[in-house]
Design a protein around this ligand. Sequence first.
Ligand code: 13P
Length: 256
Amino acid sequence: MKRSIVIAGNWKMHKTNSEALQLANQIRMKTTDIQKTRMIICPPFTALSVVYEVIKDSAIHLGAQNMFWEKEGAYTGEISAGMLKSTGADYVIIGHSERRQYFGETDETVNKKVKAALENGLKPIICVGETLEQREENITIQVVGKQIRGAFADIAEEDMQNIIVAYEPIWAIGTGKTATPEQAEEVHAEIRKMVADLFNDTVAESLIIQYGGSVKPENAQSLLSQQDIDGALVGGACLKADSFSSIIHIAEELNK
Ligand code: 13P
C-alpha cells in the first residue's frame, strides 16, 4: 500500500503579516489543481489567522510551529493548543530540532506537547533526527529510536492516525546538504519498524513519515519515490510560492 503524500511548509521565523498574506495567496493560486496531495502551511503564530482567511476555502491546511502543553495560565509568552485551534490550525509541528537546540525541548516536553495537541484536536507533526556527530558515530538509529519512544510514550493506538513523523537529519537542515534518498529511506524504514514494535504493523503501515532537510524541486522526486518516504517538511524552499508549489506538483504526479 502506498500512503498518499503529505507536503508541509515550515515558514520558521519568516514573514510579516502582509508578506504572509501575499505568500499564502500565491500558494493557493498555484495549487488549485491539486487533488491527492495533502498540503499544510505553517506560518509563524502572528500570521496564523491572516493566513487562515486566505486558505480556508481551499485544500490547504493550516499548521503552527510550536505550542505549550498547559491549557491556560500564567505562562507569559506561551500559546496553548486551544488557542491554535481557534485560529483555524489543524496541525502543529512539535519538537523541531531548532526548538530542541535553542529552546531546551526534550523528549519529555515533546511527549507532553503531543498529548496536549491530540486532546485539543490538533494533529502533531513530530520531528526527530540526528546530528552530524551522531551520524558519524553510527548511532543514528539509537538516537532516533530514543526520540520516537519518548514522543510516543503513553500515546493511544487510536491517536496514531492523527500523528505525522518528520525525519529531519540536523546536518541537512538549512545547509543545502540533503540526505541521499537511500540514507533517508534507511532511517524511515527503521522508524516504521520501531512504530510496529511499539504498536503493530497496521499502525506502522499507515503512519505518514515525512523527510525534511534541504528538500527542493530538484531532489523532491527521488526522495518522495522511496518506499517509506511519505512526504516532505520543507523549510527554505517553502518561502517562495514557485518552489513550494513545484514540490507539491511533483508529489501529486507520484500520488497518481
Ligand atoms: P530546510 O528545508 O531549509 O533545510 O529546513 C528543513 C526544516 O527544518 C523543515 O522543518
